[in-house]
Design a protein around this ligand. Structure first.
Ligand code: HEM
Length: 426
């Protein structure tokens, strides 16, 4: 329906999932006033104000019905839980094969084996890596992630006043993905820059510089990352054996599968960790509950994911005329499923704007999507959240904000650029 933006080779290559952080920290006010998002009829999800605090916008949007068309962008917004879940589940009517982000993957271009693909190719590709995220793999990963979380929390507690983004939220996923994949990027800062750039590729208003940096990260993976993989690691299983069952085709499919797992796992998790700390700073009684009863931590992990979905949205395209909750949607439409809006739908979650670590149905959030594209890395992300919250609960009595927290004006990810807090320890 709408013209696709930035359809060059690099974007197709890197168009995997939207992750990233702003290149330079900005104040919340600056972020809100600096970007040039459209706001046709006040319903643009990429409007700077809606990026900094999307929840009032989501409330308004839900009141407009099951699907709202944004003429300036040519996209349909879905904000109710019921309809968001229905779109994601109906993968035959709402397809991913033209890309799951704002920019379409051109028909003649390469698609990422999982996120930009539909059955039967998606099924084959997913089966080839599914076991690499199974219980045994997570059990193997746990000690390393636990040690990293304890290390980072000890250093942060010793410092007392920290930026939770640079002290905790960025380094833990960096260490985790190294352990998971075997890929050893030059340093955490470079990885953060690459993640930043790749995230911008998922943005509606694309900065060409991000394409250059993102391409650089792929070139590094090919030239240095893959050749230096250790003997036994996920990276080698994918590159040399075609995944757990050998189902991945040799060459580019293997490379792009590894690249997508590598890049998808950094900033998404980082966002969730920052969002979690922020939520506990705002709801100290909930933190007290966790400290009094660490058995609540698994449910608290689901609740922080529900409360602030790291990915703002994923896209689907319609193959034929269809409807969303009775609203007719033409063929070849771009449908934007707003995950954070669905997670705060009062028809699905009671008192949705309140963090409640005892919420019985927290796990039914859509932050990992649902159905055939349900996040394959969810067990890894849950492990990171669990280990970080556990380590913090053992040391930190409360989180005190010590300055302006700055939300990244990122069009793909809801995350912090900086989150200054004091860790009050026992
Ligand atoms: C809190 C952290 C994370 C969040 C919120 C998240 C969210 C999501 C969501 C919503 C999807 C579905 C996209 C769609 O329906 O189009 C997805 C898919 C995916 N995620 Fe994650 N993710 C996270 C962490 C990770 C990690 C750690 C990895 C890898 C190590 C990963 C790898 C992937 C991959 C490869 C897919 C594509 C799956 C498919 O299409 O079958 N994610 N993620």
């Amino acid at each position: 329906m709408r013209p696709a933006a930035g359809r060059d080779y690099a974007i197709r290559f890197m168009h995997v999932v939207a992750i990233g952080a702003p290149r330079s920290p900005m104040s919340t006010e600056t972020a809100a006033g600096s970007a040039s998002g459209l706001c046709p009829a006040g319903i643009d999800p990429y409007h700077p104000g809606a990026l900094v605090d999307p929840y009032p916008f989501y409330r308004r949007l839900r009141s407009r019905g099951p699907a709202t068309y944004v003429p300036g962008r040519g996209i349909w917004l879905v904000s109710h839980y019921e309809h968001a879940a229905a779109v994601l589940r109906d993968y035959r009517a709402f397809v991913s094969g033209q890309g799951a982000g704002y920019t379409r993957v051109p028909d003649h271009g390469y698609r990422y084996p999982l996120i930009d693909n539909d059955p039967p190719e998606h099924t084959r590709a997913r089966r080839s890596v599914q076991n690499l995220f199974g219980r045994a793999a997570i059990d193997e990963l746990r000690p390393g992630v636990r040690a990293a979380a304890v290390d980072l929390v000890e250093a942060a507690a010793a410092a007392g006043e920290i930026d939770a983004v640079t002290a905790l939220a960025l380094p833990l996923p960096d260490r985790t993905i190294r352990l998971l994949t075997g890929i050893q990027p030059p340093d955490g800062a470079t990885m953060a820059t690459w993640g930043d750039a790749v995230g911008q590729l998922g943005a509606a208003d694309l900065d060409p510089e991000m394409v250059r940096i993102a391409t650089e990260s792929l070139e590094w993976l090919i030239a240095e990352g893959v050749p230096a993989l250790p003997p036994h690691c996920m990276g080698r299983t994918i590159m040399e054996h075609g995944g757990d069952n050998g189902g991945l085709e040799d060459g580019r499919e293997r490379l792009m599968m590894l690249d997508s797992i590598w890049l998808a796992g950094i900033d998404s998790s980082s966002s969730s960790l920052g969002n979690a700390i922020s939520a506990f700073a705002d709801f100290p009684q909930q933190w007290d509950l966790i400290r009094a009863n660490p058995g609540l931590i698994p449910n608290a992990v689901e609740e922080v994911l529900r409360f602030d979905a790291p990915f703002r949205s994923f896209y689907r395209r319609t193959v034929a005329e269809t409807d969303i909750g009775g609203v007719p949607i033409p063929a070849d439409s771009d449908v934007c499923v707003l995950l954070g809006a669905a997670n705060r739908d009062p028809d699905r979650f009671a008192d949705p704007d309140r963090l409640d670590v005892t919420r019985a149905d927290a796990k039914s959030h859509l932050s990992f999507g649902t159905s055939i594209h349900l996040c394959i890395g969810a067990p890894v992300a849950r492990l990171e959240l669990t280990e970080l919250i556990t380590a913090l609960a053992a040391r930190v009595r409360r989180f005190e904000r010590i300055g302006d927290a700055v939300r990244a004006p990122n069009q793909a990810m809801r995350k912090y650029a900086s989150l200054p807090v004091r860790l009050v320890t026992d």
